[in-house]
Design a protein around this ligand. Structure first.
Ligand SMILES: Cc1cc2nc3c(=O)[nH]c(=O)nc-3n(C[C@H](O)[C@H](O)[C@H](O)COP(=O)(O)OP(=O)(O)OC[C@H]3O[C@@H](n4cnc5c(N)ncnc54)[C@H](O)[C@@H]3O)c2cc1C
Length: 413
């Protein structure tokens, strides 16, 4: 087993983790280590494109990471903890990382909801498809429906078009009223207005249906079209691919494992991003889904606070108040509508790892019993996909977290 010892350990190399590491290193004389499970830093937003990104924030962060001589451990998934150390699995074997202070910046993943046909080939998560294209998948000339909820749908649609795809429709489940209220509230964050206008400009001419969702993916061996619901009517749209995601779910499993308090589905933090556990901080999406700007400011605050640079942390609080308000507005605007709870039919598979159908789950009233009787949530993804769907479908909130939080090789257990 490899051993790493550090003063400040940051888990997650996205915007929050990179910013936290740089802020911590500025205190001077502390060893800072970032551990991330991807081959490169950048998190979800920059990932494979980090080397060619034009984003000024990304470029600045990369330069500073080099300058501050921060230790980077890539390709390592933290799966368990042991007193003041964490255990990670990497292609080089198991790594034990001892730390004095810990900053969790583990990001978020997409939420999927089951509907008939959602397991057909060429049905992807919206951000999932974008990630695959960033990794080299070709979508040129493919007819794609982008559906689900959240501002990421527009980002994904624009990205797919830039790679030559034909986006034939964008279906946003939220209502006109909620979207209008969200748009009106953007005056507090002018940069988001500019971003929104620019995106809508690039998507001009593409049908954008509000109050609309996919109720079925059609096809036998792969998706050939979708049925969408729109203001009480249904219509079929032909397509080669469906990119469907319902906003994001925070990756809070590691925080839960460490005993951090969770409130409203997020890791509870104070003004300095300190969790309820001493010396454990949390920044970015696990503490609230607010996008890269929020992740960067929270990361900086956590890095400064963890190394005693309180004045620098305090100076960022006014910005954080704005980004937190934006995160709350996102949650309200893109709250899932009740109609989405009844899309799955009795034979729709909900847990894809263990092949558990919706009809097998309806007689249970909590996650634990459903898990014990059906093995739902016990497969390779450890409930990361079906868990958040079941929380929404049945209002089950009792999903327990145990190590390992990721599947690991037997020899590493
Ligand atoms: C799939 C996806 C695609 C997205 N694409 C965009 C986009 O194109 N544009 C945009 O504006 N926003 C996008 N977002 C939203 C984006 O996540 C946020 O805007 C921002 O990147 C959040 O930064 P973060 O640092 O909090 O988290 P992230 O960027 O998610 O970084 C967290 C990092 O921690 C790693 N990690 C998590 N757990 C562990 C562990 N146990 N061990 C080791 N490493 C771990 C993750 O793999 C990830 O690299 C996307 C979100 C998702 C889920």
């Amino acid at each position: 087993m490899n051993k790493v010892t550090t003063d400040i350990l940051v888990i997650g190399g996205g915007p929050a983790g990179m910013s936290a590491a740089i802020a911590a290193a500025k205190s001077g004389g502390v060893a800072v280590t970032v551990v991330d499970d991807n081959p490169r830093l950048g998190g979800q937003i920059w990932r494979a494109e980090l080397g060619n990104t034009k984003s000024p924030e990304a470029l600045e962060l990369i330069a500073l990471l080099d300058e501050e001589r921060i230790t980077i451990v890539n390709n390592a998934s933290v799966f368990a903890h042991d007193a003041n150390s964490l255990l990670a699995e990497s292609p080089r074997g198991k790594i034990q990382i001892e730390y004095k202070k810990l900053i969790l910046a583990t990001g978020a993943r997409e939420r999927f909801l089951p509907f008939p046909g959602w397991a057909l080939p060429n049905v992807f998560g919206a951000a999932g498809l974008q990630a695959l294209v960033k990794g080299g998948l070709h979508v040129a000339d493919k007819r794609i429906v982008v559906a689900g909820t959240g501002p990421l749908l527009l980002v994904v649609a624009e990205y797919l078009i830039s790679k030559g795809a034909k986006v034939v429709a964008i279906c946003e489940q939220t209502s006109n009223k909620k979207l209008d209220r969200f748009a009106l509230g953007l005056w507090r964050t002018p940069s988001k207005i500019v971003q929104g206008i620019s995106l809508r400009g690039k998507l001009r001419g593409i049908p954008y249906y509000r109050n609309s969702w996919v109720s079925a993916a059609l096809g036998d061996s792969e998706v050939r079209g979708v049925t969408i619901q729109h203001f009480g009517t249904s219509a079929d749209i032909e397509c080669d691919m469906l990119a469907c995601g319902f906003h994001l779910v925070p990756n809070i499993e590691l925080a839960q494992l460490l005993g951090c308090e969770i409130v409203g589905g997020y890791v509870a933090v104070d003004d300095h991003q300190q969790t309820s556990v001493t010396d454990v901080y949390c920044a970015g999406e696990p503490a609230g889904i607010g996008g890269a700007d929020a992740a960067i400011v929270e990361g900086k605050i956590a890095g400064f606070a963890a190394t005693g640079q309180s004045k620098q942390a305090d100076s960022l609080l006014p910005t954080r108040i704005k980004t937190t308000a934006f995160a709350k507005a996102l949650d309200q605007a893109f709250e899932l509508r009740d109609e989405l709870k009844s899309l799955a039919s009795s034979s729709t598979v909900v847990c894809r790892c263990e092949d558990v159908q919706y009809g097998k789950l309806i007689s249970y009233d909590n996650f634990r019993m459903a898990k014990l009787q059906t093995r739902c949530g016990m497969g390779a993804c450890q409930g990361r996909i079906c868990g958040s769907a079941l929380e929404f479908l049945f209002d089950w909130k009792d999903r327990s977290v145990r190590p390992p939080i990721f599947p690991v090789r037997m020899e590493n257990l």
